[in-house]
Design a protein around this ligand. Structure first.
Ligand code: GLN
Length: 469
């Protein structure tokens, strides 16, 4: 069900938050032993569902917009009194002492939190295989990954264990798992959603975004969690960027040069058939050239580890989480970080420290930041000509568990998603079709990219494209 369908039933009383949570608990009992979408299922959820059910009886239509809506939250987003683990041994026993701003806003809207979802450790990965709490499986095909890093959130929505979920997206971590699991995923304009209370990965790239069954639901959640926040100086105002108008039909740019190689043929076919449908619906499709976009991956895998190495410096065994006693203070640090962090996290801290070190800063980090600036200019220029850009979300459908054990081959899967994070523009992944792998039909998503602050336009276009308008 969608948020608006649930809402209608909750108001009528024909299906209550208690009914919804009871059904969800059944799904979790039946499937989550295998899927492992959740790191924690919250034991106070039923009490909240009972309270919400009672409130609908007295408040009816006046009840807050998300009252009793079962929502799952990625385990790197702080909820006061709950564990926020980032799926790392480092934070296995860390209990949040305050609410992230996105959580405060969801609470004000009445949301019911089902549980905390599994992810790649500290959001580093595209498969949810690097979690310290076991892998998550794709509900569509349990031999495959759900994507990542918000794989638990995508799996939770796809298997019906939540009506919506929050994820975080640093380089595609909401959009790619959405594509792999057949749900909608949204990465907002950088700064439109507060990062206060998110466990940071790459601060200039991170945004929290919704995973939902429909574009309309993503819009509902986004509109609730977004807004200027005094706790995050990078949040934008309504007038930070020029107004992005909505239109009846849109002029859509396809960056053909960027879509050149490495895409599975049947994923390409789904993308092309989406273009045909859009043309039939009256939208205009034009080819555009974006020569810098293919440099995005190289720039991302410099900028992101640099920020990771800095952000993860705080996990020193003193301030948060795990502490391992050594012979002296330095030994404490070394033992704690050696035992607390997994392999991928260590790899990125090492890479990041290297590219920031004196002597290498200019040739790596400085250059990557220059490329990033040029990519931003290139996108700003193309959005003077077209309203929206369209690409596949991922060059491949969900891959097999263990298939991408070489980190470089995993990184390549992010080719289409990282440009939006590097440049700060919003991007939306919508299920567009399926491809057959070993007799199973796997979902494939198409990514719509908009100009800065073009969030409302993306939702409008996305609803049209997804047949919701
Ligand atoms: N897959 C990308 C990475 O490994 C993106 C991760 C993310 O968006 N958090 O860095």
């Amino acid at each position: 069900m969608t948020i608006s369908e649930l809402r209608k039933k909750f108001v009528e009383g024909s299906y209550t938050p208690v009914d919804a949570l009871t059904d969800i608990q059944k799904v979790i009992d039946e499937r989550d032993g295998t899927i492992n979408a959740f790191v924690d299922v919250f034991d106070d959820a039923m009490a909240s569902a009972e309270e919400a059910t009672a409130r609908y009886k007295t408040e009816g239509e006046n009840a807050p917009a998300l009252l009793g809506m079962p929502i799952a939250i990625k385990t790197n987003i702080l909820i006061e009194g709950k564990r926020a683990t980032a799926s790392s041994k480092m934070l296995e026993h860390y209990v949040a002492t305050y609410d992230a701003t996105v959580i405060t806003k969801l609470k004000e809207a009445g949301a019911l939190f089902v549980g905390a979802t599994n992810m790649d450790e500290f959001a580093m990965g595209s498969s949810t295989e690097s979690s310290a709490f076991g892998i998550t499986r794709n509900p569509v095909d349990e031999s495959r990954v759900p994507g990542g890093s918000s794989g638990g959130s995508a799996a939770a929505v796809a298997m019906g264990a939540a009506v919506a979920a929050l994820g975080t997206d640093t380089g595609g971590s909401v959009r790619q798992p959405a594509s792999f699991c057949g749900v909608v995923g949204y990465k907002p304009t950088y700064g439109s959603v507060s990062r206060s209370g998110l466990i940071a990965m790459g601060s200039s790239l991170d945004q929290a975004g919704p995973l939902t069954n429909t574009v309309a639901d993503a819009e509902i959640i986004h509109n609730i969690i977004s807004g200027k926040d005094p706790l995050d100086a990078t949040t934008i105002n309504a007038d930070t960027y020029p107004l992005v108008p909505l239109k009846d039909t849109y002029r859509i740019g396809v960056p053909r040069d960027f879509l050149g190689t490495g895409i599975d043929a049947d994923v390409s076919a789904v993308f092309e058939s989406t273009l045909t449908k859009l043309k039939e619906a009256g939208h205009e499709i034009v080819d555009v050239t974006l020569p810098l976009m293919e440099k995005g991956l190289a720039a991302y895998y410099i900028v992101m580890p640099a920020e990771v190495s800095s952000n993860l410096g705080r996990f020193d065994g003193v301030r948060y989480g795990l502490h391992v006693d050594g012979a002296d203070l330095l030994d404490d640090y070394m033992l704690t970080r050696a035992q607390g962090f997994g392999e991928e996290v260590k790899r990125r801290i090492l890479l990041g420290t290297y590219v920031l070190s004196a002597g290498y800063y200019d040739s790596y980090y400085g250059k990557a930041e220059q490329v990033r600036e040029m990519m931003r200019d290139e996108l700003d220029a193309v959005f003077k000509d077209v309203d929206i850009l369209l690409t596949p979300t991922s060059p491949v459908p969900a891959f097999k568990i263990g298939e991408k054990s070489d980190p470089l081959s995993m990184y390549l899967a992010d080719i289409f998603t990282v440009p939006a994070n590097l440049t700060g523009v919003p991007a939306l992944s919508i299920p567009a079709g399926t491809v057959d792998r070993d007799g199973v039909l796997l979902p494939v998503g198409v990514q719509c990219i908009g100009p800065h602050a073009g969030d409302a336009r993306l939702f409008d276009f996305g609803k049209k494209m997804n047949g919701e308008l």
